[in-house]
Unconditional design. Structure first.
Ligand SMILES: Cc1cc2nc3c(=O)[nH]c(=O)nc-3n(C[C@H](O)[C@H](O)[C@H](O)COP(=O)(O)OP(=O)(O)OC[C@H]3O[C@@H](n4cnc5c(N)ncnc54)[C@H](O)[C@@H]3O)c2cc1C
Length: 398
């Protein structure tokens, strides 16, 4: 008989969510999220932090490292991430390593990023808790080149040579991942470079996803056209005889898309409302679950409703909860109530663990702080769960 226990997953169970944190750690996390709850402090911090880091003022780096960096980042290098990987493993949670390479352009920097991704793949191959690493095409080429590649404009000779280098870099990463059987997820970016990225990722999937899903594309369901694109990507994979890797996200660049698409001569592709985005996202989850034999899907979301729905769909179809093609993922430092309750219930769940030198991960940290600002005067979702757990532990002591 099918296991119908999913309806019993209690995503409000903070005891399971935070059992990996001591009382002291939980209090520190509470302080951090209380600070991030304040809208004006986050705005001020977002503006000042890059400047202050440039000025190399004493104590700033240690302060950031002991607080927001510790909460959301696995460490400054690959070796540092071992502690976090081991901690997560103790709670049946996998790790997706995410080297924080944002918008590089110098040749030597781009080559160094490739080497860093390869080191992560090699480390993942020797650690079964790390089945996948995350990569960004924006870390392998200049953004201007990616934008130009999808425009009608002809590339100059230098750009053509840079494009060739990009193809070599990407292939080197995917090939090594293929040789070692490690998954590679490729992030989705703004629409003015996403056509370039989709074409490159399709080629890599065709080359390396013959027997097992190695390469994953990312589908942003806040876009009106991405559900159809998911179906087309699946059809293409069927016609050309490879498996599809699909990381499903809502999308991180909504305001930028609305404000800047016109600048690139593009229409705004974002759904008009959040409800429409939620509908598209859940539809995509359903499509992938119905086709799970030839699509490996990752529900990369902090949305409780979508997470519950996906879990329920797996159960309703009588598929094993830990089927390798059905995966959940949340960012390290966020939504522990989803991650650890899913893991406890026996689903495949992984934390996205970013790592990298502090100055390189600052843009990532600013995005996390912005996300955790209070909505109107309410507490952020994370802060209310942490507060609930502190109260629960206090009531036990009383
Ligand atoms: C593991 C992981 C990997 C990720 N990788 C990527 C990536 O490669 N590329 C990327 O772009 N993002 C990525 N993200 C971020 C993701 O796209 C979302 O921004 C973030 O997860 C918030 O969405 P949610 O599903 O968690 O939940 P929710 O909080 O329910 O949704 C918020 C999202 O809904 C959408 N939305 C909000 N308001 C509206 C509105 N008025 N109209 C239309 N849509 C609206 C936006 O996309 C917003 O981010 C990743 C997230 C995770 C957890």
């Amino acid at each position: 008989m099918a296991d119908t226990s999913v309806t019993k997953i209690d995503f409000d169970n903070t005891e399971i969510a935070f059992s990996y944190k001591s009382d002291k750690e939980l209090k520190r996390t509470h302080q951090l999220f209380s600070i991030m709850n304040s809208g004006w402090l986050v705005e001020l911090g977002s503006l000042l932090t890059p400047l202050v880091l440039k000025l190399r003022l004493p104590l700033v780096k240690p302060l950031i490292k002991a607080t927001i960096f510790k909460q959301f980042v696995g460490g400054e290098n690959l070796l540092d991430t071992q502690n976090v990987i081991s901690l997560l493993r103790r709670y049946n949670t996998l790790t997706i390593l995410d080297y924080g390479a944002e918008a590089k352009s110098e040749e030597s920097e781009l080559d160094a990023v490739v080497e860093e991704f390869i080191s992560a793949i090699e480390m993942a191959a020797s650690n079964e808790s790390v089945p996948i690493i995350s990569t960004k095409i924006t870390g392998l080429a200049d953004n201007d080149l990616l934008i130009k590649m999808q425009s009608d404009k002809e590339l100059t000779a230098t750009e053509q040579s840079d494009k060739e280098k990009l193809l070599v870099r990407l292939d080197k990463i995917c090939k090594r991942a293929y040789e070692l059987g490690v998954g590679v997820m490729i992030d989705a970016e703004e629409s003015w470079m996403q056509i370039t990225i989709d074409a490159l990722v399709d080629d890599m999937m065709e080359k390396y996803n013959k027997d097992k899903v190695i390469v994953y594309n990312t589908f942003q369901l806040y876009r009106k056209d991405k559900y159809d694109f998911l179906v087309q990507s699946h059809q293409r994979a069927q016609q050309r005889n490879y498996l599809l890797g699909a990381k499903l996200v809502r999308g991180a660049y909504m305001d930028k898309e609305r404000n800047e698409a016109g600048h690139y001569g593009l229409p705004v592709v974002i759904n008009e409302t959040k409800t429409l985005t939620d509908r598209e996202y859940n539809k995509a989850l359903e499509y992938c679950t119905d086709n799970y034999l030839d699509i490996s899907v990752v529900c990369a979301s902090h949305n409780t409703e979508s997470t519950r729905l996906f879990a329920q769909m797996i159960i309703d179809r009588g598929i094993a909860k830990n089927h390798p093609h059905l995966n959940f993922s949340q960012l390290y430092g966020m939504s522990d109530n989803l991650t650890f309750n899913l893991a406890k219930a026996g689903f495949n769940v992984a934390k996205y663990v970013p790592y990298g030198p502090l100055t390189d991960v600052v843009p990532y940290l600013i995005r996390r702080a912005q996300e955790n600002k209070a909505v109107a005067s309410d507490m952020s979702r994370e802060l209310s769960y942490i507060s609930k757990e502190i109260k629960r532990r206090r009531s036990l002591d009383a």
